[in-house]
Design a protein around this ligand. Structure first.
Ligand SMILES: Cc1cc2nc3c(=O)[nH]c(=O)nc-3n(C[C@H](O)[C@H](O)[C@H](O)COP(=O)(O)OP(=O)(O)OC[C@H]3O[C@@H](n4cnc5c(N)ncnc54)[C@H](O)[C@@H]3O)c2cc1C
Length: 299
């Protein structure tokens, strides 16, 4: 297993922010993942699994424990079963969603077009029920193989994952995704590719993809759009150091160069305060915090 010590997590998050992990392990098989999880449990040291780090804000102090990375290493995609109308494909947790949707498109399989521009892994996307442009992981997930913190493995159906908006049971159980099966419909390869291209173009024109970010920083509050609330509260372009609310899309908090996690956190709080003052709506972060954070008392 490739193992690094005091590895800066800024190199493993799309926000390009985050202090060192005591230890970072890159697992290329489900057995390795299970082995390292059990050894951390036996040692009594904290451990966490990450994919592409595309929905993470890691503190400047970093993570005291072991970070297990699956992205691009715990990989493998295959066709598992074919029926007249649909096909079941399997993917390991470290497969990048973009690669999975290209694989599906090449096979003439429809259902994952929405995911082609989401820069996460299967594991992260299933946990978060990632979604875009009217599609989400819930629509295609047939079955998931999960690893419990005690080392037990179980398979659950899509329904048992109890997906809801950017949520699954994994938030509560803390289980780890080893692999997942997706049910896709047969479709026209050219149409699937065209839809993917159109969605990618939409992203390029609306989102500040030229800067590091973690995508939408806040969840969509019911009945509202986070970006609109942020804009109406006068926060577009608001900065703390190199952390800035994008001028192009107010739902994105970008790193203009050397932003620290503390600056990003402070900007997030200020935006949440101003939006609440202006609209009475409380924004909840979509990005997840990892690492050691200093307590901040809200005034
Ligand atoms: C430019 C940009 C655009 C984005 N657009 C979208 C979008 O349209 N829709 C959307 O939903 N999201 C979007 N995101 C956010 C992000 O890509 C998704 O949330 C993605 O699913 C996160 O996957 P990840 O592998 O990067 O997970 P990470 O960020 O590495 O981890 C996120 C959480 O998942 C957990 N996790 C990771 N792997 C596993 C595993 N194998 N088992 C269990 N838990 C695991 C981590 O512990 C953490 O709690 C965007 C991000 C960026 C940077």
């Amino acid at each position: 297993m490739r193992t690094l010590y005091d590895e800066p997590l800024s190199a493993h998050t799309t926000m390009r922010v985050g202090g060192p992990a005591d230890r970072m392990v890159f697992v290329s098989s489900e057995e390795e993942l299970r082995e390292i999880l059990i050894s951390c449990r036996d040692e009594g040291t904290p451990c966490t699994v990450i994919g592409k780090g595309s929905n993470l804000l890691v503190s400047d102090a970093g993570y005291r424990g072991t970070v297990i990375s699956t992205a691009d290493v715990l990989t493998g995609t295959e066709i598992l079963g074919e029926e007249e109308e649909s096909v079941l494909i399997g993917a390991k947790s470290g497969v990048v969603l973009m690669a999975l949707s290209v694989f599906a498109a090449e096979q003439g399989l429809s259902g994952l077009e929405f995911a082609s521009g989401i820069p996460g892994t299967v594991g992260g996307a299933v946990r978060m029920n990632a979604g875009a442009y009217g599609g989400e992981m819930r629509d295609v997930t047939a079955e998931v193989t999960l690893l419990g913190r005690d080392g037990t493995v179980r398979c659950v159906s899509g329904e048992e994952m109890r997906f809801s908006y950017r949520h699954s049971i994994l938030t509560e159980t803390g289980e780890i995704v080893l692999s997942a099966r997706f049910r896709l419909r047969r479709g026209d390869r050219t149409v699937i590719r065209r839809t993917m291209d159109e969605l990618l173009e939409k992203r390029r024109s609306k989102q500040p993809l030229e800067y590091p970010s973690a995508g939408s920083t806040w969840k969509r509050p019911e009945g509202y759009f986070a970006a609109k609330l942020i804009e109406e509260a006068g926060c577009k372009g608001l900065s703390v150091g190199d952390a800035q609310i994008s001028e192009k899309h107010a739902g994105f908090l970008i790193n203009k160069g050397h932003a620290t996690a503390a600056q990003i956190r402070s900007l997030m709080r200020e935006v949440e305060r101003r939006v609440y003052e202006n609209s009475g709506v409380r924004l909840t972060p979509e990005v997840e915090m990892l690492g050691e954070w200093e307590e901040v008392t809200e005034s």
